[in-house]
Ligand binder design. Structure first.
Ligand code: 2AM
Ligand code: CA
Length: 266
């Protein structure tokens, strides 16, 4: 199957499943379990992942999986689906938007396709390598805001690993005095898509998992944005930290984040 066709098939799959999850949420048809410190999972995360794993393996039988709830853990040599069945589970539980289904396809070590369906606003973001990025079928592009002073920046607070919290608080101190504003949405996949369509201008967070960022990262780069780790490198899928932007403010933000986020708590 062509990448373009695969992308639209996966996108429709995510939209159908997401609408079903919204219906079940409205009926409060789910239970909540605790995975770790401030780390929750619901029966609908598991249902969503099982549905996705089944349908995605029918689409591409040779592919392996990296999936948050561990429905399948086998890795293949070439293709691997990277699946977050609900990104923003804490929001989902509390009924606060946003929360999204996030799917990426790794070809070797490169993401070639991404789909993020943000359920609470019925927004479907999709991209494949070389094909541009879309929101509900229409092409999207990053903002042209040129400096950190013009930027609305989204970020993540740590919820379990506080090893770099001190440096992060210093970065917040600098940024809240310089930029248009700071936001914390609680869904990394949505953060990346909101930069892709020009709502936000940048995002940074540490202690991320591959499934938080795989789908959104190609949506952002195909929309003209830039992603890196904090140290100007490319290890943003497995490297547990990400700096993402419209491209124009990337190095200005790197200069602020890099020295402060390398500080660990004593
Ligand atoms: P998740 O809902 O799939 O676990 C970045 O904030 C990421 O951290 C989110 O995309 C979210 O993905 C994850 N996360 C896990 N627990 C969290 C919590 N208690 N608060 C915020 N984010 C959390
Ligand atoms: Ca999740």
């Amino acid at each position: 199957m062509e990448l373009k066709e695969l992308c639209s098939t996966v996108a429709e799959m995510a939209r159908t499943l997401g609408r079903e999850l919204m219906q079940k949420r409205a009926e409060m048809a789910f239970d909540v379990m605790t995975k770790g410190r401030n780390d929750f999972v619901t029966t609908l995360d598991k249902y969503s992942e099982q549905t996705l794993v089944q349908k995605l393996s029918e689409l591409l039988p040779e592919a392996g999986f990296i999936a948050e709830e561990g429905t399948r853990t086998d890795r293949a040599d070439r293709y691997n689906w990277v699946v977050d069945p609900i990104d923003g589970t804490t929001n989902f539980i509390h009924g606060v938007p946003p929360f999204a289904i996030s799917i990426g396809l790794l070809d070797g070590d490169e993401i070639t396709l991404g789909v993020v369906y943000e359920m609470s606003r019925d927004e479907l973001f999709a991209a494949y390598k070389g094909g541009g990025a879309t929101l509900n079928g229409k092409p999207i592009h990053v903002s042209t805001r040129p400096t950190v002073a013009d930027a609305l920046i989204t970020m993540g607070f740590p919820y379990a690993n506080f090893s770099r919290a001190k440096g992060l608080l210093q970065a917040i101190d600098v940024l809240m005095r310089t930029c248009h504003g700071l936001r914390r949405l609680g869904s990394a996949a949505t953060d990346l898509c909101y930069i892709a369509c020009g709502r936000f201008d940048a995002y940074f967070e540490y202690d991320l998992k591959p499934y938080d960022v795989a789908g959104g990262s190609i949506i952002l780069t195909e929309a003209g944005g830039k992603v890196s780790d904090y140290r100007r490198g490319k290890d943003y899928i497995f490297g547990k930290e990400m700096l993402a932007s419209n491209g124009l403010i990337h190095s200005e933000l790197e200069d602020i984040i890099d020295p402060l986020l390398s500080i660990t708590n004593s």
